[in-house]
Design a protein around this ligand. Structure first.
Ligand code: ADP
Ligand code: MG
Length: 501
């Protein structure tokens, strides 16, 4: 644990201005793209200490979060608007059996990227005969565009991909290509192949989609493009991940995404869903999409979280997501560093104003800084310099690593508490369903996949909450790209054409 105050950074030479720089927030001292730190700095140590205290997640805090998650799940199942959690019906009542056959497409609109995939399914014995996929980064400007522009872009990517369909893939004549559409934003599902966008999240502010059926939006764009394909299943990414993982393993009961945003879904008994309104599932079970990113009860928050939230496009919303998911961790750290630089002269007498750019520091940057095991934390130094134009000495670098660790630790541990909350709710309703036998939680998302410290903290919290005995049977498994195959499997299960599975 670092306690000493960081000594100011080495005398910084003039650093290049950031693009469009010079918008010094604190007037006065801005010179050469620098902002003056306070003349008589307080030490960095008390700011760091307060941050660590505010982010602390001892077991009682985690337990409260798990209990509140379980209670909010019940509230959301009782009635729409019954709690922060929407607990959305997925209309997915039957999980993949392994018998699915044929050529199916999947399309995934996640946040950072949009992916297309085709898979040739061979049934129980052969399973996945062939897959191909492509990935396109969503241009920043499309996140603030109109619905037509965004969906035209997607349809055009899909058309290019479908054009390249080759030898291993075969569609019987007279059939349309069918798509499982994974759409990772909150949707009020109306049926398995339609759903109304409730709101954009994860920084998207596309006009004209909220309140509309996103499948209709995609269909219209495909028509404009002359692309003859049909969406046969609209699914959330968590639901697709659960289906994809379940294809290989019958013990999968929960799926969690930790990527740009976060969400979770699980298999629920229909008799535990008071708000069903006459909806009948033949299997007696259905997948519930929790939309847990909206959870907010009892989270340990800092002034930096509150400031970030206030400046966000959805203030007061998605508080759990803003505390634990990849889109926000870097920004929370950046805000803490700015405070330490301004009030504690963390980086010497002046601060490059580049550091004042919101969302400049990204979660992968935190990850690469935390991976640095060199004595002089050279990698930390180069990330700070390359990303923010900040010159740092060893003391400052150590502080930066501590800040990253504090934010990653809180995020990972709170994610773990959320998972325990879901398992707890399932076990409370059906004793013996979860605990005491093998239960698999399928995980996916770039944050979980890449940030080993975060992942470790998450696992640690699950073990602390459940105890070693129970947690031994809870398997948290990375289901890499399971959502693509999962969406295709759900398209197969809901195909318009006759099938023998
Ligand atoms: P999406 O959530 O958009 O579907 P992904 O699941 O691929 O996308 O997750 C991408 C997110 O994962 C990024 O926005 C980032 O926050 C996080 N991420 C990616 N790489 C890393 C990394 N090396 N370390 C930490 N987080 C990462
Ligand atoms: Mg995703």
């Amino acid at each position: 644990m670092l306690v000493a105050s960081a000594s100011p950074a080495v005398g910084s030479p003039c650093l290049p201005r950031s693009p469009g720089g010079g918008r010094g927030r604190r007037g006065g001292g801005a010179r050469f793209g620098m902002i003056a730190a306070r003349s008589a700095p307080v030490s960095v140590a008390p700011i760091l200490k307060k941050l660590q205290k505010d982010c602390d997640t001892p077991v009682p805090v985690l337990r409260h979060v798990a209990d509140a998650m379980a209670a909010d799940m019940r509230g959301g199942l009782a009635a729409d608007g019954g709690s922060d959690l929407k607990m959305i019906l997925s209309y997915v009542d039957s999980l993949p059996s392994g018998n699915e056959k044929g050529l199916f497409y999947a399309l995934d609109l996640g946040g950072t990227n949009f992916r297309v995939l085709r898979v040739q399914l061979g049934g129980k014995e052969d399973r996945v005969l062939a897959t191909e996929f492509d990935q396109v980064t969503i241009p920043q400007e499309l996140m603030f565009s109109t619905s037509e522009e965004l969906f035209d872009f997607i349809a055009s990517g899909l058309a290019k991909f479908a054009d390249k369909e080759g030898g291993k893939f075969h569609l019987p004549t007279g059939r349309k290509r069918e798509i499982g559409f994974t759409f990772s934003f909150p949707v009020k599902q109306i049926s398995i192949d339609s759903g109304i966008l409730i709101k954009w999240t994860k920084g998207f502010a596309v006009s004209g989609t909220a309140g509309k059926d996103v499948v209709a939006c995609l269909n219209e764009a495909m028509e404009r493009r002359g692309l003859d394909m049909r969406v046969s299943a609209l699914v959330n990414d968590t639901v697709a991940t659960l289906a994809g993982a379940r294809y290989w393993d019958n013990d999968v009961m929960v799926a969690v995404i930790l990527g740009t945003g976060t969400n979770a879904c699980y298999v629920e008994r229909t008799d535990a869903i008071p708000k069903l309104n006459g909806y009948v599932s033949t299997s007696g079970r259905t997948i519930i999409n929790t939309e847990w990113g909206a959870f907010s009860n009892g989270l340990p928050l800092t002034e930096f979280d509150r400031e970030m939230d206030a400046a966000s496009i959805n203030p007061g919303e998605q508080i759990y997501e803003k505390t634990i998911s990849g889109m926000y961790l870097g920004e929370i750290v950046r805000r803490a560093l700015v405070r330490m630089a301004e009030e504690g002269a963390l980086f010497g007498k002046s601060i490059p104003d580049k550091l004042l750019t919101p969302f400049l520091l990204r979660t992968p940057d935190l990850c690469s800084m935390q991976k640095d095991e060199s004595d002089d934390l050279q990698k930390v130094g180069s990330v700070l310099y390359d990303v923010a134009g900040v010159e740092s000495n060893l003391g400052a670098r150590k502080v930066v690593v501590e800040v990253c660790d504090t934010i990653a630790k809180r995020g990972g541990r709170l994610a773990g508490a959320g998972i325990v909350g879901i398992l707890q709710k399932m076990e409370e309703d059906s004793e013996g369903l979860i605990f005491g036998k093998r239960t698999v939680v399928a995980m996916d998302g770039g944050l979980y996949e890449n940030y080993s410290q975060y992942r470790g903290y998450m696992h640690g919290a699950v073990t602390e909450l459940l105890g070693t005995e129970l947690s031994r049977n809870v398997v948290i498994e990375h289901s890499k790209d399971g959502s693509g195959i999962g969406a295709a499997l759900l398209a197969a299960a809901n195909s318009n054409y006759e099938h023998d599975f």
